[in-house]
Ligand binder design. Structure first.
Ligand code: V47
Length: 364
């Protein structure tokens, strides 16, 4: 029996999706404005199933937030601190290595490393961090430093972005996480993070990484002051960049958490908005293979149901995440492989443990 849309505006979009025709800006806005959540989800599932059948990916990973000292005072961020401010922290190299060593008995395949834009740490600190971790865990994939951190390091080291990336790769960098993109709208950047690397700068670092053979992820921070049109524009800019380089692996919409931020009077996105944003991302980003629901921000329950709304990846075991928890997240610090597999199975999907580059990890 054919699916019956509550919102007639979705019928022409269905025709395009069924025919594999690329959606445009107007379609993106129609999808976001539609209150037919199940209709939007149905469309996203058509694409998700075409790409991944009923597979849902997860990873055995560890998060390491080495320092929250940051020169950018972003209004949406509860994690960043200026040097010397209460709550500012900075792990030394031995402390970082100890965090890695204490989990050497676990089959972790990826370490995800993100921090602030530190005003003082020399470039050699970052290279030594990567080299030292690789010495302890030679097989691990290091997904480290957002495009914003890379641009900051290049500046500090007096190197081009390309040479910075090459030096980091030489030291063990495997790929870049997708943070720091926020929303590309100049209006929002001016209000929330005027000091941060510009949207053009973020896209240039990502594309430069891709040209050097380093994959990256991409994100969008949603549910604060941005309009639906600004979200669509963000997605289209990422899609255009991906047309050029093909290096984005996954797109992760990040649900804004207001507590302890400069926007603490806001409520953050609703459940409907979370699901619709994930589904619309799946539909608009026809050239980015994976849409990831980061359960730390969404909660495991929302991440689970998102598998029926276009998502094919729920991130991983994580353990010790600070950025979202400092902004009030009540989610656990980590999930076990067993919990991730169970939540995926219950959503009717087949759990597949992946490595960072989406090769299947066998043996559990
Ligand atoms: O860049 C900051 C965002 C990002 C808040 O690449 C906030 O696989 C919500 O990018 N509420 C860091 N979000 C996290 C990130 C990430 C996470 C998981 C997986 C991947 C990946 C990337 O968190 C920051 C910023 O955009 N952020 N403050 C907040 N209050």
């Amino acid at each position: 029996m054919a699916f019956s849309f509550q919102d007639p505006a979705l019928a022409p979009i269905h025709d395009k999706v069924a025919a594999g025709v690329r959606l445009d800006e107007g379609d993106g806005c129609t999808l976001f404005r539609s209150t037919d959540l199940l209709g939007v989800g149905y469309l996203a599932q058509l694409v998700r199933r075409r790409l991944h059948a009923n597979k849902a990916f997860y990873i055995y990973n560890q998060h390491l937030n080495y320092s929250n000292i940051c020169v950018n005072g972003c209004k949406f961020c509860a994690f960043g601190r200026k040097a010397g401010e209460p709550g500012a922290y900075e792990m030394s190299l031995p402390e970082i290595f100890a965090r890695v060593e204490e989990r050497l008995h676990e089959p972790i395949t990826e370490i995800h490393i993100v921090g602030g834009c530190h005003p003082e740490l020399p470039f050699s600190f970052y290279l030594d961090m990567l080299r030292g971790i690789k010495r302890l865990r030679p097989g691990v994939h290091l997904q480290a430093f957002t495009a914003v951190e890379v641009a900051h390091l290049a500046d500090k080291a007096g190197l081009s972005v390309g040479d910075t990336l090459l030096a980091l790769r030489e030291a063990g960098l495997g790929s870049l996480p997708g943070g720091g993109a926020e929303v590309f709208s100049p209006r929002i950047r001016q209000q929330l993070c005027p000091e941060k690397l510009s949207p053009q700068g973020w896209l240039e670092v990502a594309k430069q990484a891709h040209r050097l053979g380093l994959n990256t992820n991409a994100t969008m921070l949603y549910g604060h002051l941005e309009t639906l049109e600004e979200r669509v524009d963000h997605l289209l800019k990422l899609r255009a960049a991906q047309d050029e380089t093909g290096g984005f692996l996954a797109f992760i919409p990040l649900a804004f958490h207001p507590a302890n931020t400069g926007l603490s009077d806001l409520t953050g996105p609703s459940a409907i908005d979370d699901l619709k944003t994930l589904a619309v991302s799946r539909l608009m980003l026809d050239n980015i293979p994976h849409i990831k629901a980061f359960w730390v921000m969404l909660g495991p329950k929302m991440a689970q149901i998102s598998l029926c709304f276009g998502v094919d990846d729920v991130d991983g075991t994580v353990m010790e995440e600070r950025i979202t928890h400092m902004a009030g997240a009540q989610t656990p610090q980590g999930l076990t492989r067993k919990q991730l597999r169970a939540l995926i199975r219950e959503a009717g999907c087949e759990p597949v443990e992946r490595d960072t580059l989406y090769s299947v990890v066998s043996g559990q």
